[in-house]
Structures are given as C-alpha cells and as structure tokens.
Design a binder for this molecule. Structure first.
Ligand code: COA
Length: 425
C-alpha cells in the first residue's frame, strides 16, 4: 500500500544518485514533484530524467540542477530545448512505439517512475489520467513509483490504471492541469486545413497531431459522417466533432464505437470529456502506435506536420538544422501504419514558409544537421496553403515539380533553378 506523505519533498526522498527516473509527461507532468526534486538536486549526482514533452517544467533549467539532474528527452519541450542544444540535456531520437518496448525489455532500465494520478477509486485503482503514453510501461518496469495524487486528474478508461498498492510514496494536492491551446488559426492555417480536409472522407479513421493545423482541419470536417479516431493524441477539435455527431467511431475496424488515443492535451473541456468516459480509451502507446494496430484500421488517415521538406520528399520534423526542436514522436509510426492500412493515406501539412515568410520550408536539400523523421520512400501527401503534392510513386524529378507547385511563389524560381541544375537533361 502507498505510504501517504505530507509534502512533495518527502515524496521524492526515495530518489538516490545514479538513478534513472521516468517523468510522467505531456499534460500530466508532475510539476510539484519535479520542483521538489530540483530543490534537492545539489544532494544528488548523475540522476537521469527520462521524458517525453513536458509542460510546466521550467524549473529544470535552474542552474543548480545542472550536473546533478540530467534530462534525457525523447521529445524536447520549451524547458529542455535550449538545454539539449547547449549540451546540458540529452535528446534520444526514437519512434514513440519503441520507447515502452525499450523499458519492458530492460534495454532502458527505469528505477523510479514519477507520476501524477487520480485518487484511488473504490477498488483502489488510481488513473494515469490524461496521459498514458509510455508511462504505463515505466510504472511496470520501475522498482519504485512515486505519485502526486491530484483530485483534478481525470479518471480515464483503458490502460492507465495503477493500483494503490503498487505506489510506494504518495503526496496529495489538488491543482489544475495545464491548458494547452494553439492560437486561433490564421489565413494560412485555414487554407492548409481546407486542402487537407479535401483528402478526408466519410468513415475515415483519423490520427491527428497537436497544434493549430489539426484543430483547424477538424473544423473543416463537419459535413462528414462516421469518422473514427485511432490517434497517439487528441485535443479540443475532436471533442467538437464528437458533440456534432461527426465522429461516431461506428465503422472502425478495431475498437468499434470507441475513441482510442495514448494521451490528450488541450483545454479543461478535453479533460472533462475523457473523465470516466468509457467511449474513450487511453491505451499503452506501444499498442496504439504499433504498425499492426494502426494498419488494422481501414481508411487510416494520419495528419502530422514538419519543419522542412527537401525536393526529394525527406521530411524533417524534429530539428531546425542541427538544433533540436521537438522529437520523432509517432509521426513515422503513423505514416508507416497508414501506408499499410486499406485505403490509408498519410498527410504532412505545413506552412510553406517560416520566420514571417523569409524562409521557405520547401528546400532543394535539407539544412546540414536536419533530422529526417519521415523518409522519402514513405512520404505520401504534402499539404501547404498552396495545395497538395502527392509524392507516392513519383520519381525524384516528378516529386520536385509537385513540391515546387506548393512552395511559396516567392521561392519557386529559385527551386526551379536548382532542379534544372541538378537534372540538366
Ligand atoms: N527554419 C527556421 N525556422 C523554422 C522552420 C525552418 N524551416 N520551420 C519552422 N520554424 C520555426 C517557426 O517559425 C516557429 O518559430 P516561432 O515559434 O518563433 O514562431 C517554430 O520553428 C515552430 O514551427 P511551427 O511550424 O509553428 O511548429 P508547430 O508547433 O506547428 O510544430 C512540428 C510542428 C513539426 C515541430 C511538430 O508537429 C512536431 O514536433 N512533429 C514531430 C513529431 C510528430 O509529428 N508527432 C506526431 C504528432 S504528436
């Protein structure tokens, strides 16, 4: 049975030097436990903090945490991006589906799982709430589980239940979860969303990433019928379509009638929507993002974004040049899964430019150091505010032409010049 302590400081007292700590991620980031750990950092050496994207984790940048606590990030966040690029934190490029597996096989040992859970129900079950992702596997693998019990954490159905007896130390405090909302969509985002929406039809089963583009796409799908969701994550746009009767999940080939995801991040409305709702299951990300479970859904349409694309179709999504910006996440899991799904499609949707229109995101060759997240052999549809470039089955010259057609007009001449020089025949 969990021992209940009075403070976050007491809860993290079990952590010792040289340990590998898994940090519950996304909107479930246990910020209070992290704060207490950073306070104690000077007494510890060589502690690794394994993590996905963290919210409200700015305390990790505190100078005294350096050298004592070292973030090991599968996905950079606001707090860790600068640290990774300075060399005071590490980035591990890995497909999201592989992360739980690496813990289960022991390839990536986990000594302690730091999690944020709902209070135990009448059966003694707490819930990982808004974020099951790789934290389910971390709890199975860890020798010690330390929990912040938060009465505001929803009780989600699926794989996120952890029995009270599995928790070693628990600390209770009611705090609101982080609200993560993109800015309202601008004209460029609206146009991208319109083109992407034209690739989506009745009864498609969708995977959508986070951000302004996915939510804008959802707002263009209100005329469709019986959409399903099998996604690494979802946000407010999905709730809108469920309430409008557009998402019914009726025709999904797996988990029919049920919305499947690995985590949610958005407004309080999304968190209320999943609370004790058996129509939503948050499942272990090793299962959600496995090629087998993705591709068993017919008409699987994945929608993700990118930072840069070269004219051969290589998609960079985790770095700006060699500066790490985010992570591999589930993009490639879903691109590959959609390719295998009957009548499946993958979409990479992005603005044609960055930095106020001064940089083209469609470039002849990737910037030195840029990381390829989706290889050119697997890429399917690229969507910008200028239309759709379908690359699957196209030659290098054909795909370069298709991409130039959706590049910003200010950069098309330069791209054409490069193409002529590269393929003079
Ligand atoms: N050169 C220089 N700067 C660039 C750039 C480029 N080629 N592309 C983007 N940027 C800048 C933008 O201007 C923006 O800067 P700002 O914050 O100062 O405005 C910043 O980088 C982020 O770009 P943006 O396009 O707004 O990012 P986003 O929030 O829409 O996220 C990804 C896009 C690709 C980073 C995100 O989808 C991701 O992390 N994907 C990888 C994993 C994945 O797809 N997982 C599955 C879904 S969860």
């Amino acid at each position: 049975m969990a021992t209940v302590v009075n403070s976050a400081a007491e809860a993290i007292s079990l952590i010792q030097s040289d340990q590998q700590i898994w940090v519950h991620s996304m909107a479930a980031t246990p910020s209070l436990l992290l704060e207490a750990l950073v306070e104690r950092a000077a007494q510890l050496t060589n502690v690794s903090l394994l993590q996905l994207h963290l919210e409200n984790a700015e305390m990790l940048t505190a100078s005294y945490a350096k050298g004592h606590l070292r973030p090991r990030c599968y996905f950079a966040s606001h707090a860790t991006r600068h640290m990774i690029n300075q060399g005071t934190a590490d980035y591990i490029p890995m497909m999201l589906s592989d992360i739980p597996r690496s813990m289960r096989t022991g390839e990536q040992p986990v000594d302690v799982a730091l999690v944020q859970v709902s209070p135990p129900d009448k059966h003694g079950l707490c819930s990982l709430g808004v974020s099951v992702e790789a934290s389910r596997a971390a709890c199975e693998s860890a020798n010690t589980i330390i929990a912040h019990v938060n009465p505001q954490m929803p009780r989600s159905h699926g794989d996120g239940f952890i029995h009270w007896r599995e928790i070693d130390l628990a600390f209770e405090k009611s705090v609101p979860l982080p609200v993560v909302r993109p800015p309202p969509p601008d004209k460029v985002t609206q146009r991208i969303a319109q083109y992407a929406a034209e690739l989506i039809g009745d009864r498609d089963c969708l995977q959508l990433g986070i951000g302004a583009i996915p939510d804008a796409i959802m707002s263009k799908l209100t005329h469709l019928k019986d959409l399903g969701i099998h996604s690494e994550m979802f946000s407010d746009g999905v709730v809108d379509l469920v309430e409008q009767g557009v998402i019914t999940n009726h025709f999904k080939s797996t988990h029919a009638g049920t919305l499947v995801a690995g985590f949610v991040m958005g407004s309080q409305r999304v968190y209320d929507f999943i609370d004790d709702n058996p129509e939503v299951v948050l499942l272990d990300i090793e299962y959600v993002n496995s090629l087998n479970s993705i591709s068993r859904n017919k008409q699987l349409v994945s929608v993700n974004s990118a930072l840069q694309i070269d004219l051969s179709g290589q998609v960079c999504a985790d770095s700006i040049g060699s500066d790490i910006y985010s992570g591999v996440g589930g993009q490639l899991d879903f691109v590959l899964g959609a390719n295998l799904s009957q009548n499946g499609r993958s979409i990479i949707a992005l603005p044609s430019t960055a930095a106020g229109g001064s940089i083209s995101r469609i470039v002849p060759v990737l910037t030195s150091g840029a990381g390829v997240v989706t290889p050119r052999a697997n890429v399917h549809h690229i969507v910008t505010e200028f239309g759709v470039a379908t690359l699957r089955g196209k030659s290098l010259i054909e795909r370069a032409r298709a991409l130039i057609n959706v590049a910003h007009p200010d950069f098309r001449e330069e791209l054409e010049r490069w193409l002529k020089a590269a393929f003079p025949g």
